[in-house]
Design a binder for this molecule. Structure first.
Ligand code: V55
Ligand code: FE
Length: 496
């Protein structure tokens, strides 16, 4: 085995696996509910080569796409690398050629100008196509059946943005995908592209606007009437990059901003609201309209949750000292001014999930991950280096909170939600759970949990034959969606 650095980014649950594999008819403990039919796609960063720099981070890992296929109570798994231009160049050279996270000035000159993205953050399904995404580049299209990489996706040359978010939003009624790219016009620019693809996957709108400073816009939200762009003060600087420094530095004394515009409007209609200094949020549970109000529910922290982004900005805080919580920001679009209301609606945590049908609408339930305040020390792993170990269900309408705490030595990855055929049921959550087996070993299981009764724990467990590196985001695609895409032949090869 190659020698990876002995840091949190390459040990524990972040230990590189680097194995493309598949297995059919995995053992099931319990019974897989009959109404689960489809595929759970997972984005798993996993570096194929030892990094050029020993201080490299988990976010740089080559994207792998995993797939659980479930039908008639049977379950298969497969995982493959996303064959990005970067992955292929390094595979050919049999060593790393790309340097620090989002800093091309640290690369081997042999790859100057080559696409750097590792497509390791979110599988996205839209209009019969499957993509792997990362916010620093364009998406790569993946064959949903074979997991082969088909090529870089730019809407047949129509998309002008150099980047595509890992968090697009799909309207459940119109089937449109709303998305954006930041640093759209190049490294450290304040250009943001706001785009809409129609239900057939055609790019129908791309408008550019300027954000107040070059921040990491990881997620955004779309309601029935509005598009909402939050700007948190983690900033990029071209001179710092040229000097070989980090892409991101958190600025605790800088204001945050929220830009809101009509979702079908012009970017010139953007209204900017001023938020608290120094705060950060990577993921938003949801947003929705309520008369003239726009509510935005976010996983807010009082500083950036990533240690390497804090340190670069001179913010020295231990992970367990970070404060925050699920927070509702409410904007009154009928009033002038740049202020808004904020109130806590849930415990701290991240990786929020929603029923797809609730996107952009008032919602009954949301689910997210947290660290059990009564549990043992969390396991090392995941992008920030500390793994979650408790699942929460929250009903924002009535404040009810339910929890599925895990035993010490266990960790939980982001769930996907599978709707039930019974509309009165909350549906199911599919979740990969990791368990420490000895000093450095881990075993993983897929759990199937009743989304309306999470405290009861899993109704089925699927032990995995190989360990699985920490996942970032996932996506559920139903069997009927997969079948319709296959018969339409939507995923024919696209030019790289
Ligand atoms: C995140 C994840 C990334 C990244 C930037 O979840 C932000 C946040 C897996 O890659 O590059
Ligand atoms: Fe994310």
């Amino acid at each position: 085995m190659p020698q990876f650095p002995d840091t949190i980014h390459f040990t524990g649950l972040n230990t590189p696996i680097g194995i493309e594999w598949s297995a059919r008819n995995l053992d099931v403990i319990g019974e897989i509910p009959a109404d689960i039919d489809g595929a759970f796609f997972r984005a798993v960063p996993d570096p194929a080569h030892t990094p050029l720099f020993a201080d490299d981070i988990a976010l740089s890992g080559d994207g792998m796409i995993g797939k659980f296929t479930i039908k008639d109570g049977k379950i298969d798994y497969a995982i493959r690398y996303v064959e990005t231009a970067r992955y292929k160049a390094e595979r050919e050279a049999r060593r790393a050629l790309f340097g620090q996270y989002r800093n091309p000035f640290t690369d081997d000159p042999a790859v100057a100008g080559m696409d750097r993205t590792v497509a390791n953050t979110t599988p996205v399904w839209h209009a019969g196509r499957l993509f792997m995404t990362k916010e620093d580049g364009l998406a790569y299209e993946i064959d949903p059946e074979t997991l082969e990489t088909l090529g870089r996706w730019d809407y047949h040359g129509a998309l002008k943005s150099e980047t595509f978010t890992a968090h697009p939003r799909i309207d459940p009624e119109t089937g449109e995908m709303f998305f954006f790219g930041y640093e759209a016009g190049g490294l450290c620019t304040t250009d943001v592209a706001y785009c809409i693809a129609d239900r057939d996957g055609n790019l129908v709108s791309e408008q550019w606007f300027q954000q107040p400073y070059c921040s990491t816009i990881h997620d955004f939200a779309v309601t029935k009437r509005h598009a909402v762009f939050p700007i948190f003060p983690t900033t990029a600087d071209l001179d710092r990059l040229k000097a070989g420094g980090p892409h991101w530095a958190h600025q605790q004394e800088l204001e945050s901003w929220v830009g809101i515009m009509p979702r079908y409007g012009k970017v010139s209609e953007m209204r900017w609201f001023k938020g608290p200094k120094g705060v950060s949020a990577f993921h938003f549970m949801n947003a929705f309209d309520d008369g003239d109000l726009v509510h935005l529910d976010i996983c807010l922290t009082d500083t950036n949750a990533f240690g390497f982004m804090r340190e670069a900005g001179g913010v020295h805080r231990a992970q367990h000292e970070i404060q925050g919580g699920l927070t509702r920001w409410s904007f009154d679009m009928s009033k002038p001014g740049d202020d808004f209301e904020s109130r806590p609606i849930g415990p701290p945590g991240d990786m929020p999930r929603l029923r797809d049908a609730d996107q952009g609408r008032p919602y009954r339930s949301g689910w997210y991950l947290t660290i059990n305040p009564q549990g043992g020390p969390p396991l090392p792993g995941g992008p920030v280096g500390v793994a979650f170990n408790m699942l929460l269900q929250i009903e924002p309408g009535n404040g009810r909170i339910d929890a599925m705490p895990l035993d010490p030595g266990m960790a939980i990855n982001e769930p996907v939600h599978v709707p039930s055929t019974d509309p009165d049921k909350e549906g199911w959550l599919l979740i990969v759970i990791d368990r420490q087996t000895d000093a450095s070993g881990f075993a993983s299981e897929l759990w199937i949990v009743d989304a309306g009764a999470i405290a009861k724990g899993p109704v089925a467990r699927i032990p995995m034959p190989l360990p699985m590196r920490a996942q970032v985001h996932g996506a559920w695609v139903s069997g009927s969606q997969l079948a319709a895409a296959k018969s339409a032949g939507a995923h024919q090869a696209t030019p790289a």
